[in-house]
Ligand binder design. Sequence first.
Ligand code: ZN
Length: 424
Amino acid sequence: MITIVRHNHILKHLVYINDITDGIESEIYLFADDTSIFRSGKDNESLAQNINSDLNKIALWANRWKININPTKTVAMLFSKKASPDTLFQIKLNNEVIRLSSHHKHLGLWLTDNMTWKKHIKEVASKARQRLGCLRRHIFRMSRKSLEICYLTFIRPVLEYGNVLYDATNEEDLNVLVEIEKEAMRVITGARKRCNIDALYSEFQWPCLAQRRKNQKITTLGKIVIKQFPNYLVNDLPTFYRDSRLTRKNTFATPTIKKDYYQKSFVPSSIALWNDQPLHIRSAPSYDSLKARVKRLHEKTVPPYYYIGERWVNVMHTRLRLGCSNLNYDKHKIGVSDTDRCTCGERETAYHYLLDCGIDLRKRIRMLDSVMDVLLGKGLSEAEIDEINNLDLYLKGSHRLTPAENARIFKYVHIFLDDSGRFA
Ligand SMILES: [Zn+2]
């Protein structure tokens, strides 16, 4: 019974939608029960007249179908690059004046009348910061893996909503989002505030947000090329050269740009990126393969053993790797310790603490011996062992070893970090 009712409802809805556009001279876009009409021109007064004439037709249509359109839930916007455009006109629906708004949230995007993305970025940043605050409260309660999954599932999609469009905005706005991602990386790894940013990025192997925007522009444009979007989007694009000589194969004709600011908008900027891609990207047979090929170009995997161990010891180890630990050398570097010395008098670097210090010698030797067992068990020659048995092995592992062998080494380091009591 419910199915039939729903079916009828959908059918009715389709009938409504099919003829709402009849006789409307403005551009009209429908999405579910959200309808927008657009018109562009130089004279605001005649723009308003034409829009009002179309709104009259829509009101008559609604009346015929007994649909109630609520003027108080309808807004009008005048998009203009002018500092103070003329707004002395009135837009009316059912004889009621519609509020002229400076901004409006449409399909999750904050549109503003001056055509900037400042408001949208401010809104997504605020939502993402709020969610990151919740995550921060669990910094020592959740594992690195769980925190990372939470960020990738609940926060990054918020930050990136509409990114192929807002990519056109200025660096200053975009940096607000970069700062949020950096903070998320610190929460996930437990890194300190003043940790080196390049080190932090290499800890994740993620492309930065700017690169991700480029990748998403390429895949979004690809989606249009592979015809997963409606025709009205495909038809507006410049010529696509499917079969031509190799260098130009599957590229777009460069669109003609009249205004500088238009250059950064989605179509021209994405086409420039697309045309620069290697042929195997431009020739991807499906959207999924295109996404996979673009991803392969830019993303590497994080060593699985970076995730092992109890949260606390995992954080201490990660801080050593990132050079933002509680060791005096690291603290002195950022000005929070007067000395960079260990109590033994040497400089307290990660190398000194893990491999060289005379204090707690027994515990250290136990770790070094266990690590040596892994290397000998691998059947490496003395020269090969010498080559890889350095600080990097203890902090980052070695590509010469399997993930399981690296995980064993990390475990021995974790036991030492715990036993030494240096970070308690
Ligand atoms: Zn020492």
